[in-house]
Design a protein around this ligand. Structure first.
Ligand SMILES: [Fe+2]
Length: 390
């Protein structure tokens, strides 16, 4: 393993392989950002060097930070709305590192554990429970969580990102259903393991771009049953949680699989996860289609797909996400481009935004916000793709 000088480590740094304090002690796992607390720990114990076989990951984290890196811009606007939005924006910037850290850790555990399970071995459910607790506590303290989730578009390792994203969205729904903390943690845990059966589907089928033949379809359909069997028999997960794996592709109208059950015969956790899973999948790029914009995904779910879901839950999800979900990008009536920062509950089509680009396409030189709820001469003309905004 090669030595890494501790003085070169920065908060947020990630490595492709675990970083060790000594051959037996992991300091941070692979793909997990180093936190302030981690750096403090090194200073406290006088550790000058750590070790890893991996290399520092640069591109991904920097690209993500870029979306929010304009926080260094001068802030000159002193009106009351702008000051309030600046506080929200600062919180989003500040909490992003913690989100990235929890997200990466969850991704790591899901990836590692799914592979172990696919190899026919067993795993400790404790690790999933710890991740579930962290996710729930984070979501509870961060009402702007969707800003990150709606802008978290990953092309690699689709399955694992999909599981982690869906878990976050499921927790957002559960929280808005006033779930207690233990119930929310159960929901998160059940969500994290819901697609474990997918690893038993060969890649050439799960990632196929063309139309699946009958046999390939059967293999995909089986991932629910196989996952459920593994979770209940090998992992000994209680039935009320493993059932999400079995039922997450059942539709409310009875057109899903594997049992074609409908309505409230589908367990509540599975109905929640189905919404989270579908939304998260729609806003992701797939081999056979482009990603839907957040508002297009919402439209699809309350339009052509609506019979597949529990209507009261889909309505709740629409209320949470709003017509212009947090973190999505819009064009304003004066031609400027903005990112949605905060919802105005009584005016869903008039959220608060941060201006990203001027009408001439130039990036703004100062931090600017607008509350469309009160700034009535301005309105949203259309949602736009992130790549046009950043
Ligand atoms: Fe699935």
């Amino acid at each position: 393993m090669k030595k890494i000088d501790v003085s070169s480590l920065k908060k947020g740094d990630k490595y492709t392989k675990p970083v060790y304090l000594d051959p037996d002690t992991v300091f941070i796992s692979s793909n997990s950002p180093i936190s302030e607390a981690d750096l403090d720990r090194l200073t406290k114990f006088g550790i000058k060097e750590v070790f890893s076989d991996g290399t520092k990951i640069i591109e991904e984290s920097e690209e993500k930070v870029n979306k929010f890196s304009d926080d260094k811009l001068p802030f000159l606007d002193q009106n009351e709305d702008a000051l309030r939005l600046k506080v929200i924006y600062d919180k989003i910037i500040h909490n992003r590192f913690e989100f990235d850290s929890i997200y990466s850790h969850a991704l790591d555990i899901v990836q590692k554990s799914y592979k172990i399970i696919a190899d026919g071995k067993s795993i400790e459910i404790r690790e999933f429970r710890e991740v579930a607790e962290k996710i729930c506590d984070y979501v509870k303290g961060n009402s702007q969580i969707s800003v990150y989730l709606n802008s978290y578009n990953q092309n690699n390792n689709y399955l694992y990102h999909q599981v982690v994203n869906s878990t976050f969205f499921a927790v957002v729904i559960g929280m808005n259903m006033d779930y207690s903390r233990p119930k929310l943690i159960d929901l998160a845990l059940a969500s994290l393991v819901a697609d474990v059966g997918m690893l038993l589907v060969p890649n050439n089928i799960s990632e196929k771009t063309g139309i699946l033949d009958e046999n390939e379809k059967k293999v995909i359909l089986k991932h629910t049953l196989v996952g459920y069997q593994v979770l209940t028999q090998r992992i000994k997960l209680k039935n009320s949680l493993a059932v999400v794996s079995l039922q997450h592709h059942e539709n409310f109208d009875g057109t899903g699989y594997p049992q074609k059950i409908s309505g409230n015969s589908i367990e509540e956790f599975a109905r929640i996860y189905a919404i989270a899973d579908n939304y998260s999948s729609l806003i992701s790029k797939r081999p056979h289609r482009q990603a839907f914009l957040p508002h297009e995904a919402i439209k699809k779910m309350i339009g052509e797909l609506v019979t597949k879901f529990d209507l009261k839950m889909v309505r709740l999800f629409l209320n949470i996400q709003s017509m212009y979900p947090l973190g999505s990008y819009v064009e304003l009536s004066d031609g400027r481009i903005a990112m949605v920062l905060d919802v105005n509950k009584d005016k869903p089509i008039r959220p608060s935004v941060r201006i990203i680009k001027e009408s001439n396409g130039q990036k703004v030189k100062t931090l600017q916000f607008s509350n469309l709820g009160t700034d009535l001469q301005l309105y949203i003309t259309k949602p736009i793709e992130a790549k046009l905004a950043i």
